[in-house]
Design a protein around this ligand. Structure first.
Ligand code: PBG
Length: 412
């Protein structure tokens, strides 16, 4: 007598289960009066109705439901084998999009990005050859527009890299602490427009050095450590004075974090953070960046201060120094080829970890994408996720705007 049971609608329709429809005829009792018209005795009605349905099932009147789906056919020629006696099949947890997203271990959001921006004195935005999609932005207009776009999709942190006119470069890089220099001026402009924007600055002499090095170069080619740190302190204080939130020494001089902390505190900038480039390697992945800023070393390389790419344990030495000197954030650079270093710092320090997806990494993805060798956006998003998975809290990436748009579901 299954036909006497009302069949369940495919979409759950509560009305049908609270007795507003006539009960199946095969049932003897009638519903209480109240149940047909109003709400108060609903509970009672539900119970009564449920027991009717239960009784029907017990009596063998099982309501119809869709049949068990047939087993999907395998292609002709598929070998017939006994199933493997596995008690764990990890693919079960990857079966559907819902399961996969339920078990996703790592997430990424625009709040994790810091957007590096190149600025110059001009009014035009000048494309950077080896970094498609990146420009030297005019500090007064192009930059502000780019920051506005980034904020629209949740990227509220930027780091500034200035292209300094050759005439202002010198062996001691004194333009680095000019209060009216390009960087302090730009910080003031941005803070005036967007007081809650988080501004990171680069602390190093290379954009200002006529030698293209991060420090002062002695006659014999030696990069002078303590004298450079003295300059960096003046640079960081000038940036803090202008309103920088986080100063980021990328120079790799010894002792600069402690010296910067002391200098900032002495000037009343206790609230300004230090993001230390803790493990910055002497990497060939920086090529496009140096083109962007015209900051290639005029001679030699940076191997006496940046780390040897072959070294792992050395990152711990740098980490310990930076922690004890008061760094607030530890940065690893480059990013993707150095995931082991990111994980090393993540596992050994409670401090936030930053990863820098550098210009060469960006250029490779863009170039391969332009040649249709890879799906640019997917590879980029995967790279960023992998940096997070390795342990990075924040990621400095030239793709910040594009990636954030992608995360916000915007297509360009
Ligand atoms: C220099 C600096 C460099 C980068 C950031 N800050 C280049 C270098 O060390 O020569 C590289 C960033 C990139 O390649 O994206 N202080």
């Amino acid at each position: 007598m299954a036909s006497s049971i009302p069949s369940a609608p495919s979409a759950l329709n509560c009305q049908r289960y609270v007795g507003l429809r006539a009960p199946p005829r095969s049932f003897k009792f009638t519903l209480p009066q109240a149940a047909t018209n109003s709400r108060s005795p609903r509970l009672f009605v539900v119970r009564a109705s449920d027991s009717e349905f239960e009784a029907a099932v017990v009596a063998g009147n099982v309501p119809p439901a869709p049949p068990v789906p047939p087993k999907p056919a395998a292609p002709v020629g598929t070998p017939v084998v006994p199933s493997l006696p596995l008690h764990r099949r990890p693919r079960r947890n990857r079966k559907s999009p819902a399961l996969r997203s339920a078990f996703q271990e790592t997430s990424i959001s625009p709040a994790n990005f810091v957007y590096p921006l190149f600025i110059h004195e001009g009014e035009e935005d000048t494309p950077i050859g080896a970094m498609p999609g990146c420009y030297r932005l005019g500090w007064r207009h192009g930059l502000v527009e780019e920051v506005t776009k980034a904020r629209d999709v949740g990227v509220n942190s930027v780091v500034l890299f200035p292209k300094i006119p050759d005439a202002l470069k010198s062996p001691t890089g004194d333009e680095a602490y000019n209060e009216n220099g390009l960087v302090p001026r730009t910080i003031r402009l941005l803070k005036d427009k967007y007081p809650d924007l988080v501004i990171y600055t680069d602390v190093a002499l290379d954009p200002y050095s006529s030698d293209g090095h991060d420090g002062i170069v002695r006659e014999d080619g030696v990069i002078m450590n303590d004298e450079t740190v003295h300059q960096l302190c003046k640079q960081a204080v000038a940036q803090a004075q202008a309103g920088a939130d986080v100063v980021s020494p990328s120079d790799m001089m010894d002792g600069r974090v402690g010296a910067l902390r002391a200098a900032l505190d002495a000037e009343g900038f206790q609230h300004v953070s230090i993001m230390s480039y803790t493990a910055k390697y002497a990497s060939s992945f920086y090529g496009p960046f140096r083109e962007a800023l015209d900051s290639n070393p005029r001679f030699g390389d940076k191997k006496t201060y940046q780390m040897n790419p072959a070294n792992y344990r050395e990152a711990l030495t740098e980490m310990r120094e930076d922690e004890s000197e008061g760094a607030d954030i530890l940065l690893v650079k480059p990013g993707l080829p150095y995931l082991d270093i990111i994980r090393l710092l993540r596992d050994n320090s409670p401090l936030p970890i930053a990863a820098y997806q550098v210009s060469g990494e960006y250029a490779m993805i863009k170039a391969a994408g332009a040649l249709k060798m890879i799906d640019e956006e997917k590879v980029m998003m995967e790279s960023l996720m992998c940096l997070r998975r390795a342990g990075a809290d924040i990621i400095l990436t030239y793709s910040a705007l594009q990636a954030a748009r992608c995360l916000c579901g915007e297509k360009r």
